[in-house]
Design a protein around this ligand. Structure first.
Ligand code: ATP
Ligand code: PRP
Ligand code: MG
Length: 281
């Protein structure tokens, strides 16, 4: 049975469970369930604190886990990303009151509040800066106002939390992060893990592509296919009307309206897009 660590709370928990559900796995019915067996799919899910997942996975008793890349780096655990999942995208940044700090070189002797001590300590050591780090569990943006630190290092997505606290980022982003499937560094390849990854990849593709069908005149086919090259190559079928063909191709969902406009301009008609529910590439 494949043993998988899943975030039990926080920003990662809902989207991770939604993705697993979309991939056909059983989901827990209530948040007090800590372990869930899915006998049909031969998988056992362990619902763990997101910060602990890389540590469990690196210890070797769990095959893989879903966590944030920033949490993985922060933990210092011997585990690596095997599939980025495209949600919980964020950057990790320093921030302070405007005009008080302009770059990492100004941090010497200052106190930095963060929930991610591992990332901050590593970054300061690499930059050769000697600063103090104070650990807070959350709501780090308030630490400056309340005199606990002069600088914070935290997750930034929209920047709203920083703006609301009257803070401003400075320096380059310390790292970018998104949710990912992780595995113990150097773990042997495993057919069950590969099958799990194919299912999640199927969800990622189904979310980001649509299926496009249209009819076009044979003499316009090459130009039409250039607009809709698909992942491998479009399917072309003859129409009963001579001189016309039907084309079927996967198109990135974000481009679909523009591609439909361009195909129409080219003379294509009966242009349809449909959602993809699942796929194996
Ligand atoms: N506002 C956000 N936007 C995008 N990703 C976020 C956001 N906040 C946290 N994350 C990401 O979620 C992960 C942190 O998850 P975790 O559950 O530990 O924290 P949380 O969502 O802040 O929950 P908690 O309430 O327990 O602090 C990290 O990978 C982080 O980059
Ligand atoms: O740039 P933004 O879009 O504002 O998002 C970033 C904020 O979201 C997270 O906080 P969360 O709500 O999880 O609270 P926490 O600080 O208690 O973890 C993170 O810690 C930042 O504070
Ligand atoms: Mg948080």
């Amino acid at each position: 049975m494949l043993r998988i660590a899943v975030p039990n709370k926080g920003s990662l928990s809902g989207p991770a469970s939604a993705m697993l559900h979309e991939a056909g796995y059983r989901m827990r019915k209530e948040s007090k369930e800590l372990v869930l067996v899915d006998p049909v799919n031969q998988v056992e899910f362990f619902y763990l604190r997101p910060k602990d997942i890389a540590i469990y996975v690196s210890a070797g008793k769990l095959d893989i886990g879903i966590t944030g890349e920033d949490l993985l780096i922060d933990s210092g655990a011997e585990a690596e990303v095997i599939l980025p999942l495209g949600f919980a995208r964020s950057t990790f940044r320093f921030a302070a009151k405007p005009g008080t700090v302009s770059g990492i070189e100004d941090l010497a002797g200052k106190t930095i509040a963060t929930s991610y001590e591992g990332i901050v300590a590593k970054h300061l050591a690499e930059a050769g800066v000697d600063a103090s780090v104070v650990h807070l569990d959350g709501a780090v943006e308030t630490a400056i106002e309340l005199g606990v630190a002069q600088v914070i290092a935290d997750v930034v997505e929209t920047g709203t939390s920083l703006r609301n606290a009257g803070l401003e980022v400075f320096g380059d982003p310390i790292m970018k992060s998104e949710a990912a499937v992780i595995r113990r560094t150097g773990a042997e390849d495993n057919a069950k893990v590969q099958q799990f990854l194919r299912r999640l990849q199927g969800v990622l593709v189904a979310r980001s592509y649509v299926m496009m069908d249209y009819d076009c005149r044979a003499e316009h086919l090459e130009r039409a296919v250039a607009l809709t090259p698909g992942l491998e190559s479009p399917t072309i079928s003859p129409l009963h009307n001579e001189g016309w063909v039907a084309v079927r191709s996967m198109v990135p969902a974000k481009d679909s309206q523009r591609v439909m406009d361009d195909l129409y301009e080219l003379g294509a008609r009966a242009i349809l897009t449909t959602a993809i529910h699942a796929c194996r590439l």
